[in-house]
Write a protein that binds this ligand. Structure first.
Ligand code: MF3
Ligand code: CO
Ligand code: CO
Length: 268
């Protein structure tokens, strides 16, 4: 299967789905406080997506692996050493936790996918804040490589260099992905790699960039729920995700919203 090139109408519909996904993050941000349980965050997002946005939360009952379990909730809530696909629970968030909320919204036949790592309360360690900031920079350095003629490997390389410069590691088992009418489509967007390798970028391609960066080693294990990946060494992991369109001259970040975190200064 080839990488889909989206036409103008499809791109316009994607802009809307992606904006909705980002707006869910803006909506839920004020609720991310010590004491709330992640099942409550899940319910708030579910109800906002279904009732206010009149859309569908793509993760709910998602079953990519025919032999695996369907995803049971509407969002992913990955706390501290959870890398991704954290399943919401009845355990309250603690002051000092970091949590990634990953939102995918399906509207008018297209998916928009975005995530942010949030600080819970006012006691987050400097180490956790640093990991989160560097992970955010990794995502943007990857985005800055997006332009026609560049290769997917240029994205992964930029991310890996920045993470390793700070003695962090890049998770290899999960990657960014093509997205549009399908939640997870070609290509796979690795968050590590070599410059000038992999498929060439062309206008109309749409994919996510969503690096997962660990404070310790890159190795993962899965929780018994079959979904949630955690760091094997129990170190912290952070993640950010945007959905990005390749334009004639470079990139357009589709998952923008009024309260998204400030874009780093190095992004021109
Ligand atoms: N949103 C995740 C991603 O960025 C995928 C979540 S699949 C789920 O690709 F089923 F776990 F929700
Ligand atoms: Co994604
Ligand atoms: Co996502």
């Amino acid at each position: 299967m080839a990488i889909t090139i989206h036409n103008a109408n499809e791109i316009e519909t994607m802009r809307n789905s992606c904006k909705l996904a980002a707006e869910v993050l803006d909506y839920i941000a004020p609720f991310v406080k010590p004491g709330i349980i992640t099942l409550e965050l899940d319910k708030l997002c579910h109800d906002y997506i279904v009732n206010v946005q009149q859309a569908y939360p793509s993760p709910l009952n998602y079953k990519p692996d025919p032999n695996g379990r369907a995803y049971p909730n509407s969002i992913c809530t990955s706390v501290n050493s959870e890398i991704c696909h954290g399943i919401p629970t009845d355990k309250p968030l603690k002051n000092g936790d970091i949590i990634n909320l990953d939102i995918t919204v399906y509207k008018n036949g297209f998916h928009g996918d975005t995530s942010r790592t949030f600080f819970v309360g006012d006691k987050v360690s400097q180490q956790a804040k640093r990991l989160t900031q560097i992970t955010y920079e990794c995502m943007w350095l990857g985005i800055m490589q997006v332009k026609p003629g560049n290769h997917l490997g240029d994205i992964g390389h930029a991310i890996q260099v920045h993470a390793e410069k700070h003695a962090y590691s890049v998770v290899e088992e999960f990657c960014g992905h093509g997205i549009g009418r399908t939640f997870h489509a070609e290509p796979q967007v690795l968050h590590y790699g070599k410059p000038k390798t992999g498929p060439k970028l062309q206008p109309g391609m749409i994919f996510t960039i969503e690096p997962m960066i660990n404070q310790g080693k890159r190795h993962i294990r899965f929780l018994a729920n079959g979904w949630t990946a955690v760091t094997k060494d129990r170190s912290l992991s952070a993640q950010f995700e945007h959905t990005v369109l390749v334009t004639e001259t470079g990139y357009e970040v589709l998952t923008t919203s009024p309260n998204m975190p400030a874009i780093p200064d190095f992004v021109k």
